[in-house]
Design a protein around this ligand. Sequence first.
Ligand SMILES: [Zn+2]
Length: 307
Amino acid sequence: MPAPRHPASRSGNMDDRDAGIPGLDEARTLARDLLATTQQECPGWNPPPFTPDLYARVLDIAVLRVDEAGPWDAMYIPLQAKPRIILNTRNASAGRVNFSLAHEIAHSLLDPAPSGTRYFRARTDYYDGSVATHKLERACDEIAAELLMPGLWFREAISRRGVCAQAVPVIAGDFGVSLEAAAARIVETAESPCAVGFFHHTDPGGRITSPPSASRAWPVSEEESGSCWRTRRVFHGTGFPWRFRTAQPVAADSVLMTTALTGRPGSAVEAFRLGRTWVALRVTTAAVGASAGRAPRAVIGAFSPAQ
Ligand SMILES: [Zn+2]
């Protein structure tokens, strides 16, 4: 199958106004309706995970998986006879493929009368940049999140696992989503203000690098390794008023650094400089991809106000 040639999220005719694109509440309702229909049609279903292939089957959409070079993740083709979704599994985690499938299913919900419009989902900034496209893609992401991590089940998972760094991979695994998708959902669902972030080892140019092997004597200073651990991405809940900067260095005496060096989870109350203020935060940490003799690939930090 040829890779999409069109450098936009969709081709075909669509007005640049956002007419007809639902707001987020309406998007969530569409997702809940599909969930309810799927539960009715599949009485033995016992999620999580909320397998998106099942939603596609209920909607009579064919799902094809291909392994292709190229920057695209997924495509929705609303054929009259039988609509289809094509997923590119090359270098994509199972969680990412699930989210891409749920996102394309969302396009089918928002474009139920086949208009000939095709939708692409890409890894890089592949979209046409219009307000309408942004609103449409945002609505599809919201529907995808609600399909894979419905509020009722997700709140229950959070109250069982707690809002802490170690819960992030567990919840992501239970719901079949990426760590980042789980983190984004945790901060927006948690009852008290929190933030969940990912910290990576980078070189001075900000590129993510492999940390020095754990067989070396620890700690390796930043000067020595020419690199350090930094914020890559932090998801902030609505009630969490401060912001971590991207590429903000992790302090040498932070529990985040201890986890980066040892691979072991940790917790502490620490002061973080966020914007212009120092804020006391309760922080829990967990390593991603740590194994004997190998430093973690990333560190997850979960943050809440200390008082
Ligand atoms: Zn899309």
